[in-house]
Write a protein that binds this ligand. Structure first.
Ligand SMILES: [Fe+2]
Length: 340
């Protein structure tokens, strides 16, 4: 890197207040006053949040980026010695893992009041900051509307062999399986996963799954809604040949996954950390979700979802306490059937 480029980057990071890193270097070098956020939410969304938060408060934030399971396991391994002040995820199971290890401080009651009870755990040890819905993306050239599955559970039947795909190695898909586990129990979930192993093509992630459906490689796939809306909003290159089917009817396939935010008990910046969480759940943070590129659902501050998303209430999702979702058991079951 040239000296000029390095200086420009330094200037950029000091302007925005964001220092962004996917290794530990930035965290180790962070000043004692800087908030350190272990961020498993999408980087672009987290950066949008941090830029606005820093502009409003002057508080510097360092993002340590990674995936849900990577960062939750790292927090558990670090325990009270962690430099993390705040943890943000895409899905609830990673929050539960950290909650069950006793590492979260209770969220400020005023912050909890910003988020309806159904979008946060009853324990109050973390809160929902966004939501996403499972959907069945399909290619109408390969699948007639009359042939669509009425439940995600149908996809285990032999009639679906070779007709659908998903990404069981990702935390997104694993959260959907955790909803099957919570609503149907371990035996039914193991059977469903065995059906998936027989029937489905395994893809690396949601985007690759959607691309395969779009290209007609496979008739349908299970993904989260926002991948489709983002692509559609930017011209539909990877989604233009596809449609979305919502399971509704409180089906486990209509699962709405709650993205979480929590403050670590060991934080030495807990006042600022609670302030950041209040910002995320409040009107400013939720408006960035509701108006920005993300297409994830706002859950707090009465901020509406971005057009043309169907409202969250209209999706008729199953009612699940997000802190009950059992990530480690899901991974065990996936490994037992050989999908991982
Ligand atoms: Fe995602």
């Amino acid at each position: 890197m040239t000296a000029t480029l390095a200086a420009a980057l330094l200037l950029l990071s000091s302007c925005t207040g964001v220092t962004n890193s996917d290794d530990d270097g930035a965290v180790e070098g962070a000043s004692a006053e800087a908030l350190v956020v272990y961020n498993a939410q999408h980087e672009k969304l987290a950066e949008e949040w941090v830029e606005e938060f820093t502009a409003q408060t002057g508080i510097e934030v360092v993002l340590r980026n990674g995936g849900d399971s990577e960062l939750s396991n790292q927090l558990v391994a670090e325990g009270d010695a962690s430099r993390a002040d705040v943890f943000l995820t895409e899905n609830s199971p990673a929050m539960s893992l950290v909650e069950n290890a006793g590492l979260f401080a209770p969220v400020d009651p005023a912050t909890l009041d910003l988020v309806p009870e159904k979008y946060r755990p009853a324990s109050g040890m973390w809160t929902g900051i966004a939501a996403r819905s499972a959907v069945f993306v399909y290619n109408p050239e390969l699948l007639d509307e009359s042939e669509l599955p009425s439940s995600i559970l149908d996809l285990q039947s032999p009639s679906w062999k070779g007709k659908w795909g998903g990404a069981p190695s990702g935390a997104d898909f694993q959260a959907i399986i955790s909803a099957i586990l919570e609503t149907q129990g371990p035996e039914a979930t193991a059977e469903w996963l065995t059906g998936m192993k027989d029937n489905a093509t395994v893809y690396r992630n949601n985007i690759v799954t959607m691309k395969a459906v779009n290209a007609g490689e496979v008739a349908g796939g299970i993904i989260y809604h926002y991948y489709w809306f983002r692509d559609s909003d930017s011209g539909g290159e990877n989604s233009g040949n596809t449609k979305l089917h919502y399971f509704g009817d409180q089906d486990p396939g209509a699962f709405v996954s709650i993205s979480g935010g929590g403050v670590l008990k060991s934080s030495k910046n807990s006042v600022k950390a609670q302030q950041f969480l209040a910002f995320l759940a409040g009107v400013s943070g939720q408006t960035i979700l509701g108006e920005g590129y993300s297409f994830e659902y706002p859950v707090g501050g009465d901020v509406p979802a971005k057009d043309p998303l169907p409202t969250l209430d209209s999706l008729n999702a199953p009612v699940i306490d997000p802190s009950k979702l059992n990530g480690p058991e899901v991974i065990d079951l996936i490994m037992q059937v050989g999908l991982l």
